[in-house]
Design a binder for this molecule. Structure first.
Ligand SMILES: NC(=O)c1ccc[n+]([C@@H]2O[C@H](COP(=O)([O-])OP(=O)(O)OC[C@H]3O[C@@H](n4cnc5c(N)ncnc54)[C@H](O)[C@@H]3O)[C@@H](O)[C@H]2O)c1
Length: 320
């Protein structure tokens, strides 16, 4: 190995050693910063979105509907987007009953780039430029969990992962031109704590979380600090009926109660408007993740297998 390469390698090793030596200090400083912020309420107050226009994908049901209602309650006009128009129109009706904002239902498949381009044109002409994008639409389960059809795997990847590239490509340019905006992406706790027998879902959610981290850094480098990107990572919710039924049947809901969509929507919209970067639900999961991540991978996997493995295996048997 040449002298230059050896020196480069040595420099990298020394940098890691310095970081390791400093890490107790860094952890203490980070804890102090968090506690100080909480004790003296220096976390920023939520910004107003009165009169802004939001696009909420998958807003015809579940968490998406609850977020659409929460945004409307805060005075934001809402484009309710779904492949299920009956659901989307139901959400619009609920918004109109409770808030004096404009709301309209749109049919669009988030995995189809051209449909999203048309959606943006329609929303801009009906409601105005989009300043809030909620990437919520998602597919939760395969029909056959153990041996899904290739087409089903591809569809879940298209909707849960690829679609975020398309929505960001379509809606971010306006936010960049106006140098402001909000993007809330619904990932999942399973992106951080991978679940056996849910490889496609887990993979798409881990990818989405990484996508948003990279996007935040790009926006910071472009000095677009008033475009806030927030990633939500909830545990099981009281939303999708099939998930709710299955989690009850295999008693996953005995580990931690399912979170109500209204509660989740309030916490996520509030956090987004305060400029939070990542929100784990329940909050306890953030501490659990930090404790787990320092353990060897084999220990992390064992902990997850012991906690969820038998239940998820039972869940697969029920579905297949
Ligand atoms: N339910 C949970 O336990 C849970 C847990 C963690 C994360 N999440 C995530 O939260 C989000 C919402 O989940 P939910 O439980 O409310 O789901 P849901 O099934 O209740 O609602 C999803 C909505 O998205 C729509 N949709 C599906 N594919 C679409 C597409 N291609 N284009 C446009 N709309 C589409 C559906 O028609 C439906 O109205 C998802 O991203 C999901 O992965 C859910």
């Amino acid at each position: 190995m040449s002298m230059a390469k050896t020196l480069l390698k040595l420099r990298a090793h020394v940098s890691v050693a310095i970081l390791a030596a400093l890490s107790p200090l860094l952890v203490a400083a980070a804890l102090f910063w968090e506690l100080f912020g909480k004790l003296f309420f220096i976390s920023s107050s939520p910004k107003s979105i009165v009169g802004e226009v939001a696009v909420v994908t998958g807003a015809g049901h579940g968490l998406g509907r609850a977020i659409a209602l929460e945004l409307a309650a805060k005075g934001c006009h809402v484009a309710v987007v779904d492949i299920n128009m009956t659901g989307a129109e139901g959400t619009v009706k609920q918004i109109q009953e409770m808030a004096k904002v404009r709301a309209k239902a749109y049919k669009a498949d988030v995995s189809n780039y051209l449909e999203l381009v048309q959606l943006n044109r329609d929303v801009v002409s009906d409601l105005g430029p989009v300043m809030v994008l909620i990437n919520n639409a998602g597919i939760l389960l395969h029909r056959n969990t153990v041996n899904p059809e290739p087409a089903e795997v591809q569809q879940m990847i298209n909707v849960n992962l690829t679609a975020h590239f398309w929505t960001n490509m379509v809606f971010l340019p306006t936010m960049k031109a106006m140098r402001k905006g909000y993007l809330l992406t619904i990932s999942s706790l399973s992106g951080l704590f991978p679940l056996p027998y849910n490889t496609t879902y887990t993979t798409t959610k881990a990818g989405t979380t990484a996508h948003m981290r990279a996007l935040r850094m790009e926006l910071a480098l472009e000095q677009l600090n008033d475009i806030h990107v927030c990633t939500a990572m909830p545990n099981f919710l009281e939303a999708n009926e099939e998930v709710r039924q299955l989690t009850n049947e295999v008693k996953i809901s005995n580990l931690y109660p399912l979170i109500s969509v209204k509660q989740a929507a309030q916490r996520l919209v509030d956090g987004m408007l305060r400029g939070e970067r990542e929100i784990l639900l329940p909050g306890l999961a953030a501490l659990l993740y930090r404790l787990m991540i320092v353990l060897p991978v084999s220990w992390q996997e064992l902990a997850l297998v012991l906690t969820f493995g038998p239940r998820l295996k039972q869940l697969c048997a029920l579905r297949n």
